[in-house]
Write a protein that binds this ligand. Sequence first.
Ligand code: CA
Length: 728
Amino acid sequence: MKVFIALIAFVAIVLVALFVWESGVDTQPATTDESAVVAPPAPSVGMVDDARILAALENEPGSWLAHGIDFNERRFSPLTQINRGNVDELGLIWHKDLGTLHAQEATPLVVDGLIIFPSAWNIVHAMDAVTGDTRWVYDPKVDRGRIGTIWAPLSRGVAVYQGRVYVATIDGYLTAVDVATGTEVWRVDTITDRSIPYFISGAPRVGGGNIYIGNGGSEWGTRGYTTAFDAATGDLVWRFWSVPGDPSLPFEHPEMELAAETWKGGEWWKVGGGGNVWNSIVYDAELNQVYLGMGNAAPWARAIRSPGGGDNLFVASIVAVDANTGKMNWYYQQVPGDNWDFTSVQDMALVDLEVDGVMRKVIMQAPKNGFFYVVDRTNGELLRAHPFATVTWASHVDMETGRPVELEQGNYDKEAKWVLPGPMGAHNWQAMSVDPETGIVYMGTHDFAWWFKIDPNFQETGIYKWRVGQMNTGTDLETADLLEGVTSPASQGYLTAFDPLTGEVKWQNELEHFWNGGVVATAGGLVFQGEGMGNLYAYDKDTGDRLWGFDTYTSIIAPPITYAIEGTQYVAILTGSGGAETFLGKAADTATDTYGNHPQLLVFGLGGTEQLAVPTVRPDIPPLQPLLSTDRHELRRGSILYHDFCGRCHGGQAKSFGVIADLRFMDASVRDTFDQIVLEGAREQLGMGAFAEWLTEEDSKRVLGYILYRANADRDKASEAEEGTTPI
Ligand code: CA
């Protein structure tokens, strides 16, 4: 079973497309719900500036003003009212159903008594942080059909600055909204080329009068960049490209000339190059720098992307740029010539600490590749790079050169290999917390191996075929290979307390599921983390002992926050999975897999007694479906198409993870209108894009045939009926 789970998980994660229907019905309000609006807050609300964020932990420790609590992004709260001694009295005070089935990854902000966060489709909610009363709801009206062919409608957060909430939308716009009223002030398009599927899932950051935002889409053939906009006007201040573009065109800025020398052979500019800054951007007020966490190279396989070798700057790097001009001050590349989807976009914490007897201003980061980096942020000097998980692609990082020493086990140029970490990373975007007193880092980590194999078509022909709208990894992601006896090393999730200076794991808890939420640690001696299995837990930060838990009956991937208003401390978290895990199909047996997704905002306090209703368990035996075909060749073609275009959202082997419709359960109304839905976009407003650009009517029929076959095969398997249920 474990093997099967890992296989499904690993194939499904990278497959394209979004087919939302039936249970994809999204009841989230399309516009402000007037009846739910109570008195608007005072006009001075949300007047957040650099000085206020800098002094936040001292002056208003109960606020959560910026994405990582303040500019340093340590996510360590000084609050102590809820502590080791009384956390067992913690209970639910109020909760809000978010009216959507989609992923919740955001860190809420708490500013002037409001709790503000984006839900699915970047719909922003502002609520009274004590009572949960809705103050306003802002809907940026994203292009649901367009994004439906690319990525899940999720967001990791918004920013508040100078009386406005800044919302970066999944379809690539940046909007300023009045904090007091939720009305739009300005909107700019952050996308340079709308013919390429860029999207934004990350939270914008603020500082020095600017708003900073990047984008995602490496796997869809984009060329990453970060843009600074004037916070007041929305005017473009600077743009920093992550990787060089078409060599026949002039360099956009001098750093691209340096970068271009490190890309050799190949025609990467035609397929994007990647380096997308899709998560971490940190503003350093003291040094007036912005740190950009650069994404993986695209396509993943460097033999295709840059066959002549080279480091491929600035993929998988931390780049420090001047906050005013966007001019590069320094860079540190973690993975030269990235070959494994190793992003360096994971959260960066700014910490001042003693290293080898010298006080240093450092960045701490645990990127996907499995090494924990401590870098001097004044000059980019590497100070530490200890492994924090199982790493098989490199033996260590050479501290003289700052470069990883690669192992043959990581080289899949000629022969497919299992590699740890895989594209899920040893740590991903899920927030970590740094205790500034001890320097100990708390984070969710995991071992999740990946079977890397060069695109067989490329290997045969030497020609790389790719087109806009399809996945662009240069590796083989087809199901068939995964089901032909390839055995996956087991996957395992952990909550890890790690000392980045010594490399010592202070304590580590094995978790039931490998993919879990971010963390917050507090001066009350606690670490909070939500899990894929549905529980929010509190641990003793010194020992890892579990002190408290609460079952939310749905998977959690967002990070908790804690805040205090008028002397009362709260813990808040958004629940509901999706995003990357949507791809994992029914593999996980998580809370969402069992009960479906039930995204909510939950707010806890001492003495809280609210209860959540236990959801009904999802049926797992599909109805008997009318088969279109039993021809193995046709079914196989349907399977390949399904996993190329549908599996990413609807799940490997047509088994939904529980966020959106399980297609095996479709009824006649869906079967009969399948082409309209799949090809023409009949359900675009639910996020199910139109696929006529990529799929013919014949293809659509093959996909349908495969889904119906899977339904019956799984039905047979469930009743242990017959032979002939071999997965296609
Ligand atoms: Ca990637």
